[in-house]
Structures are given as structure tokens and as C-alpha cells.
Design a protein around this ligand. Sequence first.
Ligand code: WTA
Length: 657
Amino acid sequence: MSAKAKAAATPEVGAIPENFKATAHIDAAAYDKMYAASVSDPEAFWGEHGKRLDWIKPYTKVKDTSFEPGNISIKWFEDGTLNVAANCIDRHLKKRGNQTAIIFEPDDIHEPAQYITYRQLHNQVSKLANVLEQLGIRKGDRVVIYLPMIPEAAYAMLACARIGAVHSIVFAGFSPDALAARVNGCDAKLVITADYAPRGGRKTPLKSNTDAALLHCIHDPKVLMVRRTREQTTWVDGRDFDYGEMMLEASDVQHPIEMNAEDPLFILYTSGSTGHPKGVVHSTGGYLVYAAMTHQYTFDYHDGDVFWCTADVGWVTGHSYIVYGPLANGATTVMFEGVPTYPDPGRFWEVCEKHKVNQFYTAPTAIRALMGQGDEWVEKHDLSSLKLLGSVGEPINPEAWNWYNEKVGKGKCPIVDTWWQTETGGHLITPLPGAMSTKPGSATKPFFGVQPVILDPQSGLEIDSVEAEGVLCLKDSWPGQMRGVWDDHGRFEQAYFSDYKGYYFSGDGCRRDADGYYWITGRVDDVINVSGHRMGTAEVESALVAHAKVAEAAVVGYPHPVKGQGIYCYVTLMNDVEPTQELYQELRQWVRHEIGPIASPDLIQWAPGLPKTRSGKIMRRILRKIAENDYGSLGDTSTLADPSVVEDLIENRMNKG
Ligand code: WTA
């Protein structure tokens, strides 16, 4: 074949595949037209697209939002009423009662998969809603969900939505202390948990973690326990209730209650740059419209497709793209209990083959981990059902993008690199696969209604030129935007609207190229992204200083080949304490125990002193540079109280490249 003919036969990397051009919901012309309409007249645009849901009382007001300091207020569809569970289940029954809603793939390959139809989902959720009511849960009450990735987690979310209770999911990898903080934070009346959470061949003792957490809880929540492994657990009569037993007795007749569009649907705690995690509050109407619409268009979901998002329901990605978005669209969604490498590094691809997955959505950290295991694990499996691949959680490096594209997608599946946050409810910057070509590492263009701007971090002014680099803000609201921080409106304004007045500040840095494509460069605040898990360095610091032998600690991120970022801790010990290898291990264990395994320090450097300004503020910029092994460009150190501290830190740095 001549070079020219070959070039014609091999499509350019990132080009829109021909089959997508023909069948995609949105093509390039439609994108341009709809995007223009969405920003020139958001009321009309969202007024129309809000109709994708079934409303009990249709809205007459669409948008009432303000980013003005002192008057931050976000309301969408505010006089409409609906029920989320009815939109995710009941309205599909006539057409899709016997269609699979959830495919459950257990951790253990010997345990059969479950195929739960919409009718069965309706039955389970209705019963559970009745169980919740029997346990005294009413509209507006908070329910904490601390479960493995099992169908009961989805039932619990939807049962709460059905009766108007507000759920707050706590990732099953979190420690008892982290669980207690979240139960107390939202004053939960009930914790739904399981005996154990199987994952990667191991088991987390969720019930005993819950018992430990409840020792620190101010109010006395009840506990509803699912028997996942059926092993023995402790039992507190009068406080603990058996899920299986109560479900057997429960009636499956239950009428979803009428909720206002602005009533809270859920709270999800997420890390910020300071203090304790924030309880991000999402709404009923706007959130669901946005989750459903982005699910359909970003993944180009069509009726009958099998969609798999590998996230955990403990994170926002699981909320929006395992449960709410897909089910609102009447999709078939996969819930996977395990990990990518168990029992072997072919597990993801085996599951894709087994369930004929059409859209596959995962995180760069998983791609990098699997890439390192060799191509044979992918090549062993028939991946011909795949039509589209997605990425989320952190910037994807071009090497991982190319491997994903060539080895998994065989050069035929568009890759949607979706940029968004717990706070945004759904994708904000993302390719729409039939509408735009992609570039490895770029999240490309804004979704409908989303108006990203790049600000100069010093002046706070918008950079108008097409090519720009600075901090990423949003100029106007979108329906999926968080509505507030639970119980702390002041913190909402402080965290997102105070650094750059009149804008929502994302916390991310960003570059816009000559084609108007956006490239996220990572967090500009003290939030780090470890294996796609978001963590505040302040949280790890406060765990470290809670240890009796630690006097002071400063934590920063550093580039890690698989995790994206690793956790680098500078620790100053109490006066008479000797740094030893045992203490090193003890501190790692300590942090795992205080927060959970995801917060486990990668590197700990014993620091006799930390670089501080004369006013006592730790100069993190310097610590970041040393951790990145980039100490040649420390910048201005003249304001340091004791410059010799820095020399010692460089000398004894842990990341010697
Ligand atoms: C990062 C996860 C680059 C970003 C949905 C953001 C990304 C934080 C991408 C939110 C992406 C997420 N490219 N960075 N495609 N997606 N991020 O709240 O720093 O767990 O601010 O939400 O992850 O993390 P969160």
C-alpha cells in the first residue's frame, strides 16, 4: 500500500469515527447550534431540555441564579415538582419492565452475575422505601450509606429518593473516624451498611467499622445491615436491623412522594483545600436533568446499549454515571464490586467481553496500572462490543491515552476525557463524540450551557485571547451545580466564590489552545488527586499531627507514575523522638487508620524544621518543589525565617527521581 493510501485508510488519531458521524445524537453542526442557543438564552434552552424528565407539576420558572458576592443563589426549575426514583424506575416500567436495569458483577469470579430488570428494581426499591419508613425515616431526614458496590447500594439511594430522604454515601474504604465525622456532619438518623465488603479478594469489615464509628456519634442513628458475606458480626438489639429480614416482610406497594426541584437529593463529602471535608449538596430537579443529559450525549448512549462506569458509588462519578444518569435514561448499567487487577489484570476486559459492554468509563490511574501489566491481558479478550471509551478524575497523560486508544479501543472508539467535579454534578468540559475530534490529554470543549473562562490568577481578569493559560472558572450556572455546603452557606461562598468575584472557581489550572480546546493542568490549591481520589493535604496533615510523636507535618503531592500524584509528607517529630523505620511504618499505618487506605503516605521525610515565613506560615511552594525533585527553581526564598532548613530538606529528600 502506498503511504498515501495507507494514510487514507488509517484515520487520524482523535478524528471522529465515521460510524459516529452517521448515528451520533449530536454532530458538529448540532453542537455549534445548540451550544450557541444554550448560552444566549439559557432559560429557553433548559426550559426545553428539562422536559426530558417526568414532572408531577411542571416548572414555570427555569433559572434563577446569581454568582454575586453576598448574594450567591442557585435555583433551577424552582417551582416544578417531581420524584427522582419515579424518573429512574417507574416511568420506564411500561416500555422496559423486563429490560435489565443493573448488571451486577461480583468481586469473586465464581459468583454468578445478577441481571436486575426495571421491574425487579421497582420491587426492591419500593420495599426498601417502606422499610425506611418503618425505621422512622421521613422526608428531609439524612441516611448514610456505607456499602460495598452491590445492587443494594443503588436500591438504598433510590429508596431514599423515593421517600424524600437525603442520602450521604461514605466510600467503603473510609475508616470508622471518617465515617463518624460524616454521620455527625449531616446528623444522620440511619446508617445502611453490610457485614463485610469483598474487594479484590479481601474483605473490609463494614459492620465493625460502623460499630466503632457509632461510638463517636452524637445522636444515636439506627443501623440497617445487608448480609453480603453472611459472616458473623456483632449485633446491638434495638439499634441494628437486618435488611434481609425486613425486606421479606415489606410491602412492595409504595408511592413516590412529590419533591420540589430544589429539595436536596444527596450530600456527598469531598475534600477542599482547608479544614474538614465539605458536604456538597445536590438538588432533585436540576441535578437529574444534568446527569441524564450528559450521560446521553457525552457517551452517545443509545437504547439497548450496555454502559459501564467503573467508579464506586462512594464518589460522585458513581452517583451520576452508575445510578442517576443511566437509570433516568432507561439504560442498562453495570455495577462492579471488584478491582481492575483481581483475580488478574484482565478483569476489566473480561467483564467487557462477558457483558458486551458498549461504553466503558474509567480513570487514568487504572489505565496506567493496567498498561504496566502488558498487552496480553487486553488481547486475550474480545472487545468488539466497545463503541466508546471515557476517562475521568485527573488529567490523562498522552501515553496512557494512546494505549487506551490503540489497545483497548483498537483505534475505533472515541475517547471522551470528561472534566468535572463533585461540585458540578456532571460533565462540564468534555468531547461529544460525534461532534468534535479529540486530542490526547485535552477535555476539548464545554458542554451545553457551560461557560468556562480562564482568569489571570494575579489580576483575576478574564483572558480573552483564544490561547490562554490561568485558572479555570465558570461564568454562569448550569442545572447540575451544587446548591451549597450542608449546614454552612458561608463556606459555600467562601470556598467557591470569594477568590474571583462573580465567578465559580474550580480550583483547577487550565490552558486553552489555538483551536479553543481546554487542557486541564491540575489543581492550583492544596487539593491533591491520588489515583483519581481527591484529598485535601490538610486532612492528611491533621491525621499526622494527631499522632503523639509528631510535632508538625506538611503534606504535598508529587508526580507518581501510576497514581498520578503521590502523597509526600514532611514530618517534624517531638523533641526527644528518634526517627526510625518502625516509626515510618507506624505513621503510614496511623494515617490509613485515621482516614482510610487511600490516604496512605507514599513518602515520609523526617524534617527537623519546615520552611516558614517570618510570620510562621509554611511555604508550601518550596515543599512542593522539593517533593517534585525540582529544587533548582525554588524561587524567592528571601522571606524565609531560616533558609538553612531548605538545604537540609533538599539534602534528605525522598524522591531522588
Ligand atoms: C480533577 C471527579 C483533568 C480536577 C469527577 C477536578 C480532572 C477534580 C478530570 C475533581 C479530567 C476530574 N481531566 N482533571 N478529565 N476530571 N479532574 O470532585 O482536578 O472527585 O477539580 O470529581 O478532579 O475531583 P472530584
